[in-house]
Structures are given as structure tokens and as C-alpha cells.
Design a protein around this ligand. Structure first.
Ligand SMILES: [Zn+2]
Length: 855
């Protein structure tokens, strides 16, 4: 497409005066769509499709051409009409996935109808409009976010063009056809049907959704509007949990926003081939099948995941769908908002899961501490740039919103959110608009504080000395250097003095400040409530006093303390033995969810720091620390177990099974796998996953065929993804067989990298992977959803090993600029990891030889 550019550039001088203000990757100003009708002729059993679209337009100033987004479509019959005048336009493909429509004559300002006939071939990579075959039946689904609607029909495919749409779908008469809005009319024509849907309220193109295929459905009862879950034929009996819990989430969200759900219906569709977890299309929210088809009896992490996903998507209805970002540079707010809102709802409605003990900042820190980290708000021009930093949108963004919520107070924050949604309903808004509303409601200047976190990468490390003097600098891991930066930091501090635990607060605005602290504080915990997006350190004595008095902290604070200790390990201010002292403390905590991050810390140490030389000593430490707990907890879920225990058990099984030598556990795991393969519903999916992994790790490869056979036989999407994620076999012939299998039609596009993920994790030497990738990389990239592409180097990293890093670097060295950003990130992370392992080896060995006295 790029080589068409020269000719296009010659034509473009006559563009309207506005054009100068609009970046080149955006559609030019001066042409505004008002509404759009899309008529599609679809048949899931065919590879091609066709359609016509009719767009009402207003043109502000004379122009010689109209730009419209499309990619991969053949445009036919382009007609521009105004009153009685009709003109045929020709299309020239330009860059940024758009076509220029012109007939060589000027187009005067005024109102027009633009009609375009088009045809195309269905995608199969789960993006845009695509075909999927599931259990031998064909379906059509859609995933238009971010810039994929243009694959399905020509459109002004930018979120700021919010207009009403009307969909008309012509499809085989026996299939179910659903879309964002209720059906207005169905016309039968022989063995086909023409389904006209009601016009939507103003929507951006990325929220258009429809599905065609042999879908069954079940009703969600008890909502103010009609609601159904559509599922692939034959699966409506697995919806118990979702049908039961959705009304509760729905009501909680209506309550928070203080306004009714704003669309005419709420349908869910379970999509067997889906590139994301779920997608917030108004009136037709799409989910991976393994999120909706979970049966009746769901608990532990799986329950949290399902509830969280549903709450996240319905929260988007208000922010995302009714109020929409003006451009993709505010995608962070869209995702941060839904993530924060879902957490808020789960904490209030489902206290039994204790989701407040899941700290989103922990995941954000680990990405944001890299020197290659970028600000979460920044220029984005295309899909690849959007996906390059999308992870932190959720985690860092949600942490920021929670910190701001605590800063202004939850009531003020809620009033501001309500006003924001009311003010910008059915139109677009930017982050600036949100800060304006919050600042007005709270009387605090929020924009500056928020800007510190949005427009700069990284985060602060706050040091507090015994006298209460505070200073900040940007956190950097040992051996790296970062730019000098400052943040406005709301600092909530807990401390103990004179046998009493108290709190104090300051807003740290410059490099240094001071806290109102007595001189004899026994310990200081500088993140009271654990809502801060910063790291911290205190004097060594105060740090140890705090760890020894850890019961004075809340469970959430204990987890933050452990996480912060990891940061101090990585920046060189804490020795490995000191860190393991904190980890050991938390491993013994009575609360199962407090032990979860400690178990995760043990896993990371086992993965990254342990080598052949100290593997046996580490196993002894793991056995000693965890075997007694395993003896009481066991591998099977029992009636009466708390949700916290149900969430912890799989982690315990994983860590003890992988790094310890507990023979009983290995046998228990193998037995559980047999049970799970015979009767999937009898074992929770999280436990089954870990039991399969342990079994595969202990197996010499003979069981691979059993895993594969179960994968092929099962019709449970959940079981299929679990089996793929558990392929921890390392025999070379099995590795090669399974890599090949991952590219077969038996594995859906979104799961096609699961084999690479599993093998980069379990193989000591990655040479076998790169040998295979040398011959098959194009096939891998072609099969996976296209947004996976630019992040491939990071997906192959994580081994913390020089030889494997060299292989990785060599492999991507001349594969193009598209991998450069991801390669830089993974190289930095791996090199840092290797350096840390070397640096901490002595301290780790010291601890492993004498865990009790190591401190
Ligand atoms: Zn989202």
C-alpha cells in the first residue's frame, strides 16, 4: 500500500484548512459522518462476504476527495449523492489503512449520502469480522477493537466519530443472527433471511458487534431489560453460575453510577475463538467460551476471574460505550476505569473472595521498573502501538485511579464519576475532562498529580529516615540508570511508637519533605492501606522491627510489604537472605491469601535464582517450609474450605510440586489428573492445571499422548486451554510434536502460542525451540492474532539464562523493526535477571545452608 503514496500526495494540496491540525495518521478534518447503515450478506460456510453501506455525511469546506478507512476490501459502486445530484467516485488506496474517494472534481460543502458496495474474504485470526469453526459447525463473530471494523466494512473508523448505526444482515435462514440492538424486522426469502436491527445510539465503530451461526441461548432473569447468553449449539446447560451472578453485578453497577443501564438489551455471546478475554460491545458483550461456560459450581480463582470479567465488561458500558475516549491515547483510561470499577464492585459484593488482597500495582511495578518502560499516555498511531503498552493500562491505570479515589475520598470520587458520565454521555471525553470534573467536585487540583503518573514512565522510591525526613528519586534496579523525575505523592504512613500503632500523612510535592513522626518510632510502614504507586525504604533496624511485628499490619499491607521487599532486593538495598526472611514470615501466615504472594516469590526464586548447584538445598528449604502445610491442606478441595484456601491450594501444589521433593504430592497430582481426565467437572480447573503441570514435569514424555487425546476428545473449552497451558514435557521429540500440533486447526488462534510459552518455561536449553522456529516462524506469526506479533521477543523470554538470551537475540537480530521495542525490553529484563542471580548467589546459598540464622 505504501508505494501508492506518491500519486496520492500530488492530489492532496487542496485539502481543507483544518487538515493542518490533524496528525497524518488520523482521518482529515472537514468530513463528518452523521449516521451509517451497513448491509451485509453473510454465510459462515463461505470464505467470502459482501455488503453495501450508506453513510450520511456533512462536508464543511470544499475538498477534492474523501478519506475512509478500509483494509482488504474490494470497493465497488462508490456513489456520492446530494439532493438529486449523483456522482460516481473512484477509490485509491492510501496509507494508514484508508482509501481516498474522488472523481477529479471539487466536492462542495453540504450534506451528502455516500454509498459503497464492497466485498471481502473472512479473516480467520479472530480480529475484525471472522469465521470460526467449532465442533464441526461454522460461525461468524466480530472483534472490532481497536482498528478492525475497517476489515469488515468501510467506515470512519476512529472513536471520535460516534454515530448511530443500523445493521441489516442477510444470512442462511436456519442460523441465529444477533447484534448490538434488538431485531426490528425479519424478512424470509427462500432459504435465507434478511434481519434488520434497530438503530443504535451513537457508537464508535470499534463497538459494533454481531454474530451468525447455530447459537443456542438462555435467559438472564431479573434485569430491567431483556438479557440472554448466546452459546455455540449444545452448550446452554453450562451457564448456571453466569446466569445466577450477572444480575447482582448489573445491579451493583447501576447503583454505583446512579443511572439505569443505558441500552435496550444486554446479551452475552460465548465465542469459541476469541483473541481477548472479553469485549464490551453494548448489547452484545463477547467472552471467551471458557469464561462463560463454567457450569454451576465455581469457586476460588476461577470464580474471581469470571465475576471480575463480567463486572469489567459491564462497567465499560458506562465508561467506554456511553462515554468514549476521543482517541486511542486515552485507552489507558478506558481500561483503567473498567479494571478499577470491577475491583470496587467485587470487593463490595463478594467479600468472601477477599479480592482486596489482589494488588494491581504489584504487576504494574514489575513492568514499569524497566528503563525501557513508557508513559501509559502517549502518542499512538496504529494497532501495534496500542498493543505495545496495553498491559500497564489495566494495572498502573487502575492503581492510579484507586490512589486518586483515596486522595479525594470515595464519596467525592463517586459523585465526580456520576457527573462525568452524565456530562459526556453519548459523546467523547479525554482524561483532562475527568480531572476537571474531579477537581471541581473535590476542590483539589487532581490534573497535576495524575499527570505525574500518566505522562512519565516509572515510579518513585521514597526514603524515610528515623527522624521523619522524606526524599524521593526515581526507582531504578541495581545497575540501571534512569532519568531524574519527581511525582506528587500522597504519603500515608503507619508507624509504631510507645507501643501504639498510629498514622500520619503528608503530600510530598518536591524532592524532599518531612513527616510528623516521633523520634523513637520502632518501625515505619510508609504505605498505609497499600494504595500507593511508589516504592519505599526505611532504616534497616526499623525494617526488621516491622517484619518482626508484621501482625500489626493488615493483610493487604503485609502483601505490599513483601512486594516492596522484592523491589529493595532488586535495587540492591536488601540482601537475598533478608528477602527470604520476609518471604518465610509470610509463608507461615495463617491467612491463605497472604501466603499466595509468598509462594509466588518462592516460585520466582526457584525459576530465576536457583541453578543446578543449589537446586537440592533449595528443595530442602521448600520441603521444610511447605510440607507441613500441604499435609493439612492436601490436593483436593473439600466442602467447607474457605474461598481463600481454594485460591491458595493450587499455588501451594505448584511450588511444592515443582521445587520440592514431596513424593506424596507427585502421586496425588497424578491421581488427580486421572480423575480430571475422566470427569472434568469433579476437579477445579486451577487445581487440575497445576496437577497436570506437576505430572508432566515428573513424566518422561510417555503421558503426552494421554494429554493430547483428552484435549482432542473434550468439548470443554476450559479443559482444552488448561491442557495446553500444562504441556510441561521436555523430551525433544515431544517438544517438536507439540509445537507442530499448536499450529494445527485443532488449536485456536489465540492459544497457538501456548506451546512456546510452556516450553520456554520448562526447557533448560532453548536451542530446540529456535531450531524449530527457524523453519516455522512465518507460520507461527500467521496463525496467532496479529497483535501478538510485535511482542514475540517478550513471549520467548523469561529464562534468566545467558545462552537462551543469546539465542533469542540472534533470532530476532534481522527480523525487522517491528520487534525492536519488545526485543529491547526482554533483553533488558533478562540481563538484569542474570546479573541479579550472580549477585545474590552468595547470600542465597548462605540462607539455604542456615535459614534460621541467615538474618
Ligand atoms: Zn476492558
Amino acid at each position: 500500500m505504501r508505494n501508492m503514496l506518491a500519486g496520492v500526495a500530488l492530489l492532496s494540496f487542496a485539502l481543507s484548512a483544518f487538515a493542518a491540525d490533524v496528525p497524518e495518521y488520523r482521518l482529515p478534518a472537514g468530513v463528518e459522518p452523521v449516521s451509517q447503515v451497513i448491509e451485509l450478506t453473510l454465510d459462515p460456510s463461505r470464505e467470502d462476504f459482501s455488503g453495501t453501506t450508506s453513510i450520511e455525511l456533512v462536508i464543511d469546506a470544499e475538498t477534492d476527495r474523501i478519506a475512509i478507512n478500509q483494509v482488504g476490501l474490494v470497493l465497488t459502486r462508490i456513489e456520492l449523492a446530494s439532493g438529486r445530484e449523483r456522482r460516481d467516485l473512484q477509490a485509491t488506496e492510501g496509507d494508514w489503512e484508508r482509501s481516498w474517494l474522488a472523481d477529479g472534481k471539487p466536492i462542495a460543502p453540504g450534506e451528502y449520502t455516500l454509498k459503497i458496495g464492497f466485498s471481502g474474504k473472512h479473516a480467520t485470526d479472530s480480529l475484525g469480522m471472522y469465521r470460526a469453526t467449532f465442533e464441526g459447525r461454522d460461525y461468524i463473530f466480530t472483534q472490532m477493537e481497536s482498528m478492525y471494523a475497517r476489515r469488515a466494512f468501510p467506515a470512519f473508523d476512529e472513536p471520535s466519530f460516534k454515530i448511530p448505526f443500523r445493521l441489516v444482515i442477510d444470512a442462511p435462514g436456519e442460523l441465529t443472527v444477533v447484534a448490538n440492538t434488538p431485531v426490528e424486522a425479519v424478512e424470509k426469502r427462500g432459504d435465507r433471511q434478511r434481519v434488520t436491527f434497530m438503530q443504535t445510539p451513537p457508537l464508535p465503530t470499534y463497538l459494533i458487534a454481531y454474530a451468525v451461526g447455530p447459537l443456542d441461548r438462555a435467559a438472564i432473569e431479573g434485569l430491567s431489560i431483556p438479557a440472554h447468553v448466546y452459546v455455540p449449539r449444545g452448550h446452554a446447560d453450562r451457564l448456571g453460575f453466569v446466569l445466577r451472578e450477572t444480575p447482582r453485578i448489573f445491579a451493583a453497577l447501576e447503583g454505583y453510577f446512579g443511572s439505569d443501564y443505558p441500552f435496550r438489551k444486554l446479551d452475552f455471546v460465548a465465542v469459541p475463538e476469541f483473541a481477548f478475554g472479553a469485549m464490551e460491545n453494548p448489547g452484545l458483550i463477547a467472552y471467551r467460551t471458557d469464561i462463560l461456560l463454567v457450569g454451576d459450581d465455581v469457586s476460588g480463582r476461577q470464580a474471581v476471574n469470571v465475576l471480575n470479567t463480567i463486572a469489567h465488561e459491564i462497567a465499560h458500558i458506562w465508561y467506554g460505550d456511553v462515554v468514549t475516549m476521543a482517541w486511542w491515547d486515552d485507552l489507558w483510561l478506558n481500561e483503567a476505569f473498567a479494571t478499577w470499577m470491577a475491583k470496587t464492585i467485587l470487593e463490595a459484593e463478594y467479600p468472601q473472595y477477599e479480592t482486596d488482597l489482589n494488588l494491581p500495582q504489584a504487576r504494574a511495578f514489575s513492568q514499569d521498573e524497566l528503563t525501557t518502560s513508557r508513559a501509559i499516555r502517549g502518542e499512538v498511531r496504529n494497532n501495534d502501538e496500542i498493543f505495545a503498552s496495553v498491559g500497564m493500562h489495566y494495572t498502573k491505570g487502575a492503581t492510579l485511579l484507586r490512589m486518586l479515589e483515596r486522595h479525594v475520598g470515595p464519596d467525592v470520587w463517586q459523585r465526580a464519576i456520576r457527573r462525568y458520565v452524565e456530562t459526556f454521555a453519548w459523546s467523547n471525553a479525554t482524561e483532562r475532562d475527568l480531572w476537571d470534573v474531579v477537581s471541581k467536585e473535590s476542590g483539589l487540583d487532581i490534573a497535576k498529580m495524575a499527570g505525574d503518573y500518566l505522562n512519565q514512565p516509572g515510579f518513585a522510591r521514597v526514603s524515610i529516615d528515623a527522624s521523619g525526613k522524606v526524599s524521593q528519586e526515581r526507582y531504578a534496579r541495581k545497575g540501571t540508570s534512569v532519568a531524574d523525575q519527581l511525582w506528587r505523592i500522597p504519603l500515608h504512613v503507619k508507624y509504631k511508637a510507645d507501643d501504639e500503632v498510629r498514622q500520619t500523612y503528608t503530600l510530598l510535592e518536591g524532592r524532599t519533605g518531612s513527616l510528623d513522626l516521633p523520634s523513637n518510632s520502632e518501625w515505619i510502614f510508609p504505605d498505609a492501606g497499600a494504595n500507593g504507586y511508589y516504592r519505599w525504604s526505611t532504616s534497616r533496624d526499623q525494617f526488621y522491627n516491622l517484619v518482626d511485628d508484621i501482625a500489626a499490619l493488615s493483610d493487604r499491607e503485609k502483601i505490599a510489604l513483601l512486594d516492596n521487599s522484592g523491589a529493595l532486593l532488586n535495587d540492591g538495598s536488601l540482601a537475598m537472605a533478608d528477602y527470604l526472611y520476609v518471604v518465610s514470615r509470610l509463608l507461615q501466615d495463617p491467612h491463605p491469601l497472604v501466603t499466595v504472594p509468598a509462594l509466588e516469590a518462592v516460585r520466582v526464586i526457584g525459576d530465576e535464582f536457583v541453578t543446578a548447584a543449589n537446586r537440592a538445598a533449595f528443595a530442602t528449604f521448600v520441603d521444610r517450609a511447605l510440607s507441613a502445610r500441604y499435609a493439612t491442606v492436601g490436593i483436593r478441595d473439600r466442602t467447607g474450605d474457605s474461598e481463600a484456601l481454594l485460591q491458595m491450594r493450587p499455588r501451594l501444589v505448584r511450588v511444592l510440586g515443582q521445587f520440592g521433593t514431596n513424593q506424596g504430592l507427585a502421586r496425588d497430582a497424578a491421581e488427580l489428573v486421572e480423575r480430571y481426565f475422566d470427569e472434568p467437572a469433579s476437579v477445579s480447573s486451577a487445581l487440575a492445571l497445576e496437577a497436570m503441570r506437576i505430572t508432566a514435569l515428573h513424566d518422561d514424555g510417555d503421558r503426552y499422548d494421554q494429554f493430547l487425546r483428552t484435549y482432542l476428545d473434550t468439548d470443554s473449552a476450559n479443559q482444552k486451554s488448561s491442557i495446553l497451558a500444562a504441556m510441561y514435557f521436555d523430551r525433544p521429540d515431544v517438544v517438536r510434536r507439540h509445537l507442530e500440533f499448536s499450529l494445527s486447526s485443532e488449536v485456536q488462534a489465540a492459544d497457538s502460542l501456548s506451546a512456546l510459552r510452556a516450553f520456554t518455561y520448562v526447557l533448560d536449553d532453548h536451542a530446540i525451540l529456535y531450531d524449530w522456529l527457524d523453519d516455522n516462524f512465518e507460520r507461527v506469526v500467521a496463525k496467532a492474532p496479529s497483535y501478538f506479533g510485535p511482542t514475540m521477543p517478550q513471549r520467548l523470554g523469561g529464562s534468566c539464562d545467558q545462552h537462551n538470551l543469546d539465542l533469542l537475540r540472534e533470532f530476532f537480530a534481522d527480523r525487522g523493526e517491528v520487534y525492536a521495542a519488545s526485543l529491547a525490553k526482554v533483553v533488558e529484563a533478562e540481563e538484569a535477571c542474570i546479573a541479579r542471580r550472580v549477585e545474590h548467589a552468595g547470600s542465597l546459598n548462605g540462607f539455604l545452608q542456615d535459614p534460621v540464622n541467615a538474618e
